[in-house]
Write a protein that binds this ligand. Structure first.
Ligand code: NIG
Ligand code: FE
Length: 419
């Protein structure tokens, strides 16, 4: 966990901290007390005990800062969001409180399609302006990497617009953004009554163009009775894989259509939601190494009562991630830490499982392994918390705990410290 200082000194060194490294060290959270964290050129060069520092702090870096006993975790990774969209759906919140179900609203032409209309209407600059505060809210709560899906455009120009806005959010805020093409999210109105034709359009037109543009890192679909069938999802996934893009799936959220196993069948990075996934689905995920992305915000907002199969996921060693699912319909949730709290309270995850779910396992759900842990060579993405222990992040409901949020060695939110 250490590296000798090279010829030049480190860009920064934090001392007197409590690291939750999330490395498999056999201690909860991979914790190291009385620790130090050093970085250079956007990468971690030291994450270990103060006593293991390869020299006097001042000799290692010109920028040494005491964290005064604060807890430091890897920068959080929100591995499932739909945060680029126009308008909002507070009216549907009201309808649901008055007895309408999410499915009723979707069938009546509301839901995703109403956000589609609002998103298509905005030009790129306006869509960016509407989305920026949502991304900033996640950052302020300790997030340094966000996955962002398209899926509210559902025609080529609007989907590309969403993906470009997502990428621009990353460069504007100086954080990591991974984009996912979600063309199979809902049926756009111009294809009403022609669902198979829309699926063919996704495969023949949208996917090849999106792949060519390089604007998407993965492909997702909504496999559900109110969305796309398993057969249609398979068609989309076959084409995605043929174009070299990895897949993930909104699976078994409202009913068990075998979605988790379907994602696994295509070597899926993740199966997300999975409230209704069967034991066979869990076994398929375990075999394929598909991550279970738990989305307690949607479970909470839809007042769901069917819990994801947590015990079976644990039993079969399926990696669990936790994300906000930030979207205007089922999860207007602007805090990943609150999603962690919900994962503990509603799904009975332990705080350590919840933090693994927003760090190392979340990175895995995105197919990336250069972040999510504090170790030499990893991106210098970390959050300094006004908390003494990592479990505090799951315990507090709301509030401001992130003191400084650092992405690739640069402060992107919270207090500056001497550098
Ligand atoms: O993850 N389930 C499908 N997609 C989103 C909801 C999108 C919406 O309602 O706008 C979800 O819950
Ligand atoms: Fe979602």
């Amino acid at each position: 966990m250490q590296e000798n200082p090279s010829n030049s000194r480190w860009d920064g060194l934090l001392i007197d901290c409590h690291l939750a490294t999330m490395n498999e060290t056999g201690t909860p959270f991979g914790a190291i007390r009385n620790a130090a964290l050093g970085w250079k050129d956007g990468r971690i060069v030291f994450a270990g005990a103060m006593s293991a520092l390869p020299g006097k702090p001042g000799a290692l870096s010109a920028h040494v800062q005491s964290a005064a006993g604060a807890c430091i975790t890897p920068g959080l990774v929100d591995c499932h969001t739909h945060l680029v969209f126009g308008g909002n759906r507070a009216d549907e919140f009201d309808q649901r409180l008055n007895g309408a179900s999410y499915q009723d609203i979707a069938r009546a032409g509301g839901g995703i399609v109403s956000t589609l209309k609002a998103t298509r209407e905005l030009d790129e600059a306006a869509l960016l302006a509407e989305s920026l505060p949502r991304a900033r809210a996640l950052l302020a709560d300790g997030v340094t990497t966000i996955e962002i899906k398209s899926g509210y455009g559902l025609d080529l120009p609007s989907e590309m617009k969403m993906l470009r806005v997502a990428r621009t959010l990353g460069s504007t805020l100086g954080i990591g953004v991974r984009t996912t093409f979600l063309g199979a999210h809902a049926l756009p109105p111009e294809f009403a009554g022609r669902q198979d034709e829309y699926v063919a359009h996704i495969c023949d037109v949208l996917l090849p163009e999106v792949a060519r543009s390089g604007l998407a890192d993965a492909v997702d679909a909504f496999c559900e009775t109110i969305a796309f069938t398993p057969a249609q999802t398979r068609q989309v996934f076959r084409q995605a894989r043929a174009l070299g893009l990895p897949v993930k799936l909104h699976a078994d959220q409202l009913s068990d259509l075998g979605g988790a196993a379907l994602s696994a069948e295509f070597g899926g990075l993740s199966a997300d939601h999975i409230e209704h996934t069967s034991a066979a689905g869990v076994r398929a995920m375990a075999k394929a190494g598909t991550v279970a992305v738990l989305l307690p915000g949607a479970y909470y907002a839809l007042r769901d009562t069917t819990l994801p199969p947590i015990a079976a996921l644990r039993e079969h060693g399926v990696a669990m991630a936790v994300a906000t699912d930030l979207n205007p319909g089922t999860s207007p949730l602007l805090s990943l830490r609150l999603a962690m709290n919900m994962a503990c309270t509603l799904f009975r995850l332990t705080p350590e499982e919840a933090l693994r779910g927003t760090t190392v396992n979340a990175a895995r759900a995105l197919g990336i392994n250069d972040r999510g842990r504090l170790a030499c060579g990893m991106r210098a993405d970390f959050t300094i918390w006004d908390a003494a222990a990592p479990a505090d992040l799951c315990y507090w409901i709301g509030g401001t705990l992130a003191r400084s949020v650092i992405s690739a060695g640069v402060i992107v939110a919270g207090q500056a410290f001497e550098q």
